[in-house]
Unconditional design. Structure first.
Length: 101
């Protein structure tokens, strides 16, 4: 069985794990301003599942961080998540830190 969504901030990284879908994203959404304050990386390696609602939240988290003055990159993008990013043509928004390095 999949784990519910959890997140942890360490330094300038927001690490997400578990499932990020329409059923689990509410708690992160409610704390989004604090969760993304001063982050440079959103680590999605621990995510087991992301649906389109979860992908929309990732885009929104990035935009909130940008409005706060940072432009976070994403690390640990799985093949499945990359397929979803490509399907929605979000490659210019969900930018992999691995591709920049």
């Amino acid at each position: 069985m999949s784990e519910p969504l959890s997140w942890q901030r360490t330094a300038s990284t927001l690490a997400l794990s578990g499932k990020l879908d329409r059923d689990t994203l509410l708690t992160l959404w409610q704390e989004h301003d604090t969760a993304v304050a001063d982050i440079t990386t959103i680590d999605v390696a621990g995510l087991e599942r992301v649906d389109s609602a979860g992908l929309a939240l990732l885009v929104h988290l990035r935009e909130i961080a940008r409005a706060q003055g940072s432009a976070p990159l994403f690390s640990g993008i799985s093949d499945k998540l990359q397929s979803l990013i490509t399907l929605y043509n979000l490659q210019q928004i969900i930018v992999s830190a691995e591709k920049i390095a």
